[in-house]
Ligand binder design. Structure first.
Ligand SMILES: CC(C)(COP(=O)(O)OP(=O)(O)OC[C@H]1O[C@@H](n2cnc3c(N)ncnc32)[C@H](O)[C@@H]1OP(=O)(O)O)[C@@H](O)C(=O)NCCC(=O)NCCS
Length: 184
């Protein structure tokens, strides 16, 4: 199994046993009101469907984050349109916010994803005003690359978003060469 270990966290591909923890965390709309993909209301079966779709690395670099228990998820999915850069997404269970965990987790997954996709660029986005998420991206070297909108199921409306882009060269300048594993 593809396991990433950081200073404080363990990341691994989703497993069937994660269903209850995913359901519990993603029932919190303080989390899902900032996300683009989870359905709302979030049902227990949605957690199982997500695990099934993302297990065994079959849908790109998708990991659950663990620190004694499941505390979140980070993914870098292949772009839905050919030629577009893969897309980073993430969330963390609310009691774990503000401890630097997501900066730590995303850094490890991005290092993995640049190699996995052999890409020069990774994209992401955040809702305008999601200061914490944009700060996580700043910490990794992402730059703002435009504005747009995306549907959010909790808010039941299109919300303004900021598109961001990370160049592999910037990431390597900040964290070291991916060839020599320094950045991992
Ligand atoms: C956004 C989120 C992933 C941040 O995770 P986190 O582990 O708390 O982030 P970190 O602790 O690594 O914080 C990174 C930086 O952002 C700052 N930050 C975090 N949350 C913040 C907030 N709400 N307001 C202002 N700054 C914040 C931290 O102080 C830290 O700053 P520093 O690097 O200068 O020390 C988490 O709040 C979350 O899951 N939110 C709900 C889902 C979500 O928004 N997902 C992202 C969708 S784009």
């Amino acid at each position: 199994m593809d396991i990433l270990v950081t200073r404080r966290l363990t990341l691994r591909p989703p497993l069937e046993v994660d269903g209850d923890a995913l359901f519990e965390a993603l029932s919190n709309t303080n989390i899902t009101r900032n996300l683009g993909t989870p359905p709302f209301p979030y049902l227990r079966e949605h957690a199982d469907e997500w695990v099934d779709k993302n297990r065994d690395g079959k849908n790109g670099c998708v990991y659950t984050i663990h620190r004694e228990r499941l505390i979140g998820s980070v993914s870098v999915h292949n772009a839905s349109i050919d030629g577009e850069a893969p897309v980073l997404g993430y969330w963390l269970d609310e009691p774990c916010w503000g401890k630097g965990y997501m900066t730590e987790a995303t850094r490890a997954v991005i290092a993995r994803a640049f190699r996995h996709y052999n890409t020069a660029t990774i994209r992401s986005y955040a809702q305008v005003g999601n200061i914490g998420s944009l700060k996580v991206m700043d910490n990794l070297g992402f730059e703002r690359s435009g504005k747009g909108s995306a549907f959010n199921a909790v808010r039941n409306e299109e919300v303004p978003i900021v598109h961001t882009t990370l160049q592999r060269s910037t990431f390597e300048q900040m964290f070291g060469s991916l060839e020599t594993n320094e950045a991992a």
